[in-house]
Design a protein around this ligand. Sequence first.
Ligand SMILES: [Zn+2]
Length: 385
Amino acid sequence: MKISRRELLKITGFGIVALTALPRMAFAARNSVRGLRTGIQPGNKTRLVIETANRPSFNVSYPNNQLVITLTNTALNSNLSASLTSGALVRSVSQAQVGDSLQIIANLTQSISEIPKNQIMILEPNGDNDYRLVLDFVAGAAPATYTTNSATTTTAITAARKYVVVIDAGHGGKDPGCIGKGGTREKDIVLSVAKKLKTKLDANGFKTHLTRADDRYLKLAERASIAEKKKADLFISLHANANPSRKMKGFSIYTLSEKASDEEAKKLAEAENAADKIGVEGFTEFEENIRIALSSLQQHAVAEMSEEYATGCARAFKKSSIEQQPGPDVRHAPFAVLRSTVPGALLELGHLSNAAEEKLLKTSSHQDKLVAAIVKSVKNYNFEV
Ligand SMILES: [Zn+2]
């Protein structure tokens, strides 16, 4: 199943058609439900997807721990089988014909709040799919009102959730990371920047967690699993670079891919991943679990979101006066620390192998500049879709 996030963005916002606002369409072909499935999205959202033959008209109600989607002018499909993901908020699904309408009744494991409009989308058909009505929701207090008409209700009044950012200072403890000629250790630089970044992001209304707040060793899988446990919306791993050429300098940004975008990216991922070899256990098992837990749709969604963040981050750095490493804005490599259900990127803040940049990276003013650019990138990132 292919849902591009761009496609989601394009369609968000005009998906809701009011039952009452539509004239009765006596001649319209009856709609039918062709598929139904649930999944889990980043941020522990449950996604319910209802695939229909025609563009659906619907409304949503929330009786007794249920989520009911009433599809107008739709016939019951007795062959419909639902594919339900364990761990999602939907325990079981049934359907009921009520006059011309079909009700899809999702029995929930926990109550949910009224789903905000921007979490309900209709996707246009594409290669493998029909129309899809997509609803994303999280566990929460039951809505005060029993039934909602999507046309007349304004977005649920709830306090805005703080977005969670996990900041990962690379290396630490017995693993110094790379070391500059002047003796500057990567683990110290990135910890200092991570702490500054946490302070600034907190001040900007984000909820942040550090994978490490002091000089300690953490396995790569542990870092990724902290992001999972904190239900992070974004994961930022901070590093500094070393290059065989002492002339090489500048900032660079990476997202996860199975294949490295170039030879240098490949070598870098090998070097960063080698941090784990200092500890005994590898991350293969964790990686396997994640792969199983994530559907290809989710993997795709996480990759898209990561790419979007990284592209925005590169833009923020371009606008600052921080030197960028020559080459593409965003590079790709199989970094173990980025293997999770949380979108994110790995930032190489500069080259400790370059004498001038080593000096620069140690200064508080340059670290502040780096932090300002990263804060900008987080503020500009679209957390909502
Ligand atoms: Zn590193």
